[in-house]
Write a protein that binds this ligand. Sequence first.
Ligand code: PHE
Length: 313
Amino acid sequence: TGKEASFGQSSHKGIVLAVEEINAAGGVLGRKIELITEDNQTRPGESATAVKKLIARDKVVALLGEVASGRSLEAAPVAQAYKIPMIAPAATNPKVTQTGSYIFRVCFIDPFQGTVMAKFAQTDLHAKKVAVISSVSNAYSVGLAKYFRDTFAAAGGDVAIEQKYSEGDKDFRAQLTAVKAADVDAVFVPGYYTEAALIVRQARDLGIKVPFFGGDGWVADQLLEIGGDALNGCYYSTHFSPENRDPAVQEFVKRFKARWGIENPDAFAALGYDAAKVLADAIKRAGSTAGPKLRDALAATRNFSGVTGVTNI
Ligand code: PHE
């Protein structure tokens, strides 16, 4: 629940589906997987508390989540201290897994995403001069802004203006007025959908017509609900497309719809699904749920074929 509820809810749906499939096929090591879920309400501080509870009270053998980088950074030191493997499905900030040897992810990282979007801006949007509007209180946003800027500038592009906001801000007119005066070709907003959608709407109200583009933090149905037509001609990078013709992806889309009544799973549902399947695969190979053995098996994951692509850990 809370401000970025969509990320958690989506990935939870993917995880539930995967666990049900694994259990229907006999479970792992002859036993069923039990899924226990905690809600951190998107609130700072809550993730570490939730992880302590899950480990000390519920005796979980592994953790799936947190989904996003900032809260994964809060949860990771606890998992590491208890030697309980944690897979953060969608945490793209490199620092998350640098916390320690028990911390994993099943997605790409922001240096990759930032580079791809810088190339996209230059090659597809033909942008020479851009603005960047990032969230100072969001580790993901700060990191992605930097990786984008470095690549864009190294390739001869001009980041003419950078503006900042904080998580939860609702009025971006001061920043956008400055962006308008800079007369850029496009605007990169490496933040979450809640603010990104408002930024684009307010930009259109101020008469800014250039494309806005972002990263996977834009992925949520609410992006369009909040942003509406203002988002026409805007772009984001993501981990998964339900339009992918790969039979494994189409099978997942079909099963997801049957289970949840939702036409198209988003990237977080797909990453949650893959995270649970990677975990089950590692438990089987480890032949054990003991933390150190499971950690080693997870770290040895190679060429795991999931719905978001091939994962090597
Ligand atoms: N990948 C981003 C992060 O690590 C943003 C994100 C997280 C987007 C979760 C969607 C879901 O914070």
